[in-house]
Ligand binder design. Structure first.
Ligand code: S3P
Length: 172
């Protein structure tokens, strides 16, 4: 039980790139939830939002969490909103150690500036930094349920991966 390593946290904190690096360091399989949703739906996430809306995306996300959390010994990178759903959070908690990656709103702003990739932020209009701060505040109660938090701001990807490995050892 609890054999997986699950990365949660806001858009732009580096869940996907760090998850890949972590999985290769540990010799584990890696699943990126957003990539899985896109692969299964044969459509990009912005297109899913555009054609079917966020509610439908969240249903696909929930189905993907069910499937992926049943696997063992893998590294999972979630989407920024995955753990807003209590059932998703519980399934993920039951399947592994939850690490929340963080960085400050200004850094998130810089990393997510490109439009057309993250519909949740594009919906916020021009006040993108304000939208980021508002969503971060709303989501804090979910992100804070992780087993531990790691601030990624001043560290290299390898340093962060090493920190994750230390935290995982401490949890076992
Ligand atoms: C979302 C984050 C995205 C993706 C979708 C919704 C969110 O994932 O799942 O656009 O609600 O925060 P990333 O955190 O990988 O960008």
């Amino acid at each position: 039980m609890r054999e997986n390593i699950i990365l949660i946290g806001f858009m732009g904190v580096g869940k996907t790139s760090l998850g890949k690096l972590l999985a290769s360091k540990l010799g584990r399989a890696f699943v990126d939830l957003d990539e899985k949703i896109e692969h299964d739906a044969k459509m990009s996430i912005p297109k899913i939002f555009e054609i079917y809306g966020e509610k439908h995306f969240r249903e696909l996300e929930k189905a993907a969490v069910k499937e992926v959390s049943a696997r063992r010994n893998i590294v999972i990178a979630t989407g920024g909103g995955t753990v807003k759903d209590a059932e998703n959070l519980q399934l993920l908690k039951d399947s592994g150690i939850i690490i929340c990656l963080t960085t400050d709103p200004e850094e998130i702003f810089r990393r997510t500036e490109k439009r057309g990739e993250r519909p949740v932020l594009d919906d916020g209009g021009n006040e993108r930094l304000e939208t980021i701060k508002k969503l971060l505040a709303e989501r804090e109660e979910f992100y804070s349920q992780a087993d531990c938090k790691i601030d990624t701001t001043d560290w290299s990807p390898l340093q962060i991966v090493n920190k994750i490995c230390e935290k995982v050892k401490m949890q076992r």
